[in-house]
Design a protein around this ligand. Structure first.
Ligand code: S3P
Length: 428
């Protein structure tokens, strides 16, 4: 249980922990490369630790010292058969991406995770990977984990993905490293491209054109050092908090602003947010220092191609919408239903505790902004053990007029273990 004291302003400077998507990929790609990969500003969240543990079980030597991780890769064909189940915890990214790699290994193994993972749809990767020749069995026959994967010779395919999902795209591209010929994926809209950018840095032949990513069969990947930028999905809580508070100013250092991830910036700016880029860092992944000040927000329609670019930020965007003036419509976001919780339902229930006028729809939600939130006092706020719901509730609680208890708050450790201490550091 977590209870945040009220604050009248958020003021100060913070650094956001490393990007979750990029941290996962650094461990995975480092493990299947030749040589030593040094990862800096690695996210020590539970999800990324699940990825480390899976690769250690496949014989990869990984040293971890705080935010520095050193991976002693054994090359593309250097994994060994694990002697136990690979536990992916709460992590959809670990489960789906690793399946692409396991599809081509000369052994059988079983992947499983927590209660949430065992409900998340895996058919979306089983279908294309099976088309490539993979042998993947959902042990309970429900297209969910546990998955038993037996490596097989793979052939390249072209796949028209029905969903814009970086996890699906990445699983196919990773299998494509091992497959004969060329493998390509076309998505309905572009999803985050961290896999494509990082695989290129490790020497793979990857190309992107419009919404299609293509990879050629690869004989070896080579280690590459990775500096992980701050996670924009984590920064989003402070971008919204800094906007809806009446006073203060937050400088958020080193936030990853890859255009395939930065939809939250586009949308908050269109709502009237006062967010300025004060310094830019140009690496494989672009990053910036962002300065956020309070602003009067207005409702907007959020739909189409921007949705995959801000899918994880919708819970906290809904908090901003409730604090805005006018109507916000979020549509084309049915993917919310298959995240760590059904986020259409969990966001609706959470925000109703704060008196928000929110109507769930089949593919999103409609929020009539009232410019205020106040806690109804009806028991603790349920986080549904979903880290993004817990943190969004904490931001809504800031705007409310009494301290608000939030249940199972420790789930924030999945992606942002230092969230509460940073919030308390800024609260005045
Ligand atoms: C992720 C992709 C997204 C996102 C998830 C991380 C990734 O999922 O929601 O938190 O690292 O590839 P989908 O691929 O299911 O959209």
């Amino acid at each position: 249980m977590y209870e945040l004291k009220n604050a009248t302003a958020l003021k100060g400077e913070i650094e956001i922990p490393g990007d979750k998507s990029i941290s996962h990929r650094a461990v995975m790609f480092g493990s299947i490369s030749k040589g030593t990969t040094r990862v800096q500003h690695f996210l020590n969240g539970a999800d990324c630790l699940s990825t480390i543990s899976c690769f250690r079980k496949m014989g990869i030597d990984i040293d971890q010292n705080g935010q520095e991780v050193i991976i002693h890769g054994n090359g593309l064909h250097g994994l060994s058969a694990p002697s136990e189940i690979l536990d992916t915890g709460n992590s959809g990214t670990t489960t789906r991406l690793i399946s692409g790699i396991l599809s081509a290994q000369p052994f059988t193994c079983t992947l499983n995770g927590d209660a949430s993972i065992q409900k998340r749809p895996m058919k979306r990767i089983i279908t294309p990977l099976s088309m490539m020749g993979a042998d993947i069995v959902s042990e309970r026959g429900n297209d969910c984990a546990p998955l038993r994967i037996t490596g097989a010779p793979l052939s390249g395919i072209h796949y028209d993905s029905p969903v814009a999902s970086a996890q699906v795209k990445s699983a196919i591209l990773l299998a494509g490293l091992y497959a004969e010929g060329e493998t390509s994926v076309t998505e309905p809209s572009v999803s985050r491209d961290h896999t494509e950018l990082m695989l290129k840095a490790f020497g793979a032949d990857v190309a992107t054109k419009d919404t299609t990513a293509t990879i050629k069969s690869c004989s070896e990947l080579y280690a590459s050092d990775i500096l992980v930028p701050g996670d924009i999905s984590s920064a989003a809580y402070f971008l919204v908090a800094g906007s809806i508070m009446k006073q203060g100013e937050i400088l958020i250092r080193n936030v990853g602003i890859n255009p395939t991830r930065a939809g939250i910036l586009t949308v908050l700016l269109s709502m009237g947010a006062d967010i300025r880029e004060v310094r830019r860092y140009n690496g494989t992944e672009p990053a910036a220092d962002l300065l956020v000040r309070p602003a009067s927000l207005r409702g907007v329609t959020v739909e189409g191609d921007v949705i995959p670019r801000l899918i994880d930020e919708i819970p906290v965007l809904a908090v901003a919408a409730a604090m805005a003036e006018g109507t916000t419509v979020i549509r084309d976001a049915a993917e919310l239903k298959v995240k760590e919780s059904d986020r259409i339902e969990s966001v609706t229930k959470m925000l109703r505790h704060f008196g928000a006028d929110i109507t769930p729809t089949e593919d999103g939600m409609i929020i009539q902004g009232t410019g205020t939130l106040s806690y109804d006092g009806k028991g603790p706020i349920e986080s549904y053990k979903d880290h993004r719901i817990a943190m969004s509730a904490a931001i809504a609680a800031l705007a409310a007029d009494t301290p608000v208890p939030i249940d199972d708050f420790s789930c924030v450790d999945i992606s942002f273990p230092s969230f509460a201490s940073l919030l308390e550091q800024l609260a005045k």
